[in-house]
Design a protein around this ligand. Structure first.
Ligand code: APR
Length: 255
């Protein structure tokens, strides 16, 4: 049953969180929008206008034009380093501490690759799509975290094997998610009793399917997104607000 549009769902959501044995949160690019990082399907700043992320975030694009793809990811990586966690990230980390201090569990599954949840202090974070701050040798599979300055050459050659290149250790369209991340997500979806979908358009699977599964199971499901998505009509509470505005209110209500 969805909350009526004119009542404030915060008290009942806070109440569900206070009683929950496990809270599961799925986040997408929208939670980093207030840190100045472009989302994938929303308005994009000049540099992204030329490139469609759906065209560049693929193994085929890397094969076809490794220079363009690695320049784009190197730019996104440094944008991420220059960005700061916003009030939404910080509030989620505070909510995790409150929930864990009372002996309940808190699992954060993010589609984001910017590591802003980690920098905000979140602990139990699972990066479903990898991290833009880790790059992998195409020949040996060995990984490294590049320094903050831009790569000296594009595509960057691998230090592990002269025949190899470095690519971002992110999950591209058509690539499999890490089995460990999937195991954690599936386990959380089975045992969680309150679920949040925050800042995601809910169109990319398997993340989009996680909350659907929670809805089928009958848990309390909450969407936080200024815009409508395919799950808006099916969740318990669909909140049309920015993450950075609403999450601090929930953190205060639970403190
Ligand atoms: N607070 C909450 N949500 C917001 C905010 C905000 N301040 N600003 C924008 N949003 C919402 C938008 O309304 C949109 O629904 O965030 C969502 C971002 O959607 P996408 O750009 O599709 O990003 P995401 O859902 O994370 O994409 C999923 O697709 O391209 C792949 O691998 C990529 O991880 C990404 C996946």
């Amino acid at each position: 049953m969805r909350s009526t549009m004119n009542s404030d769902p915060l008290p009942s959501i806070a109440n569900a969180c206070a009683r929950a044995r496990q809270i599961v949160v799925v986040t997408g690019a929208g939670i980093s929008a207030e840190s100045g990082l472009s989302t994938f399907r929303g308005p994009r700043d000049a540099l992204w206008e030329k490139y469609d992320p759906m065209q560049l975030a693929t193994p085929e694009a890397f094969e076809r034009d490794p220079e363009l793809v690695t320049r784009w990811y190197d730019w996104r990586r440094r944008e991420g380093l220059n960005a700061r966690p916003n009030a939404g990230h910080v509030a989620l980390a505070a909510i995790e501490r409150i929930v864990m201090n009372r002996g309940a569990r808190f699992t954060l599954l993010t589609q984001n690759v910017d590591r802003l949840h980690h920098r905000a202090g979140s602990r139990n974070v699972h990066e479903l799509h990898g991290s833009i701050h880790v790059w992998r040798c195409t020949s040996t599979g060995r990984e490294l975290e590049p320094p903050a300055h831009p790569f000296a050459e594009f595509p960057p050659r691998s230090p592990f094997d002269p025949r190899g290149l470095l690519r971002p250790a992110v999950v591209w369209f058509g690539e499999a998610l890490s089995p460990s991340a999937l195991d954690v997500a599936r386990g959380a979806m089975e045992t969680g009793d309150v679920f949040f979908s925050i800042g995601t358009s809910s169109v990319v699977f398997p993340a989009a399917g996680f909350v659907e599964h929670a809805i089928q199971r009958g848990g309390t499901t909450v969407e936080l997104n200024p815009n409508e998505t395919p799950i808006s009509g099916r969740v318990t509470h669909s909140i049309r607000e920015a993450a950075g505005a609403w999450l601090p209110r929930l953190a205060s209500a639970l403190a």
